[in-house]
Design a protein around this ligand. Sequence first.
Ligand SMILES: [Fe+2]
Ligand SMILES: [Fe+2]
Length: 165
Amino acid sequence: MGTKGREIVGVDVDELIKRLNTAFADEWLAYYQYWIGAKVAVGPMRGSVVAELIEHAGDELRHADMIAERILQLGGTPLLSPNDWYDEGHCKYMKPEDPSVNALLEQNIKAEQCAIEYYQDLINMVKDKDPITYDMVLEILADEVEHEEDLQAIEEDMQVMHKVM
Ligand SMILES: [Fe+2]
Ligand SMILES: [Fe+2]
């Protein structure tokens, strides 16, 4: 923990750590949701959907890493057990029971939209109060916005494909 670094944070640091741990849990679950989705996916445009899911999985894991580093900087402890991901997460894991590419896209779009809302709230909390967390969350939020758009663009391509067929 950086003592001065913690001191300059203008919000309740314990509350911030708690919120970051929630995001940390969600990132791991998002990572797994993408990763396992890419394994089981079936249906039209499978190749491009899988490539996108794998790329997103990598981003979510990177987000988890960034958040863990920030939690440690603030003197907190990242959740130590995968059991905690379910208990502490906000966006909830969506099990890909239907492996069709359409269902996978829908689930992951929902997850991204939940993440976007969560990070927007977090940004409002730390704005002008904690520039380090603010910068990090801004970077993550930009990725989530891009993820949502990537998935919706594939859905749109599929709709066009169905029309011409
Ligand atoms: Fe993420
Ligand atoms: Fe994402």
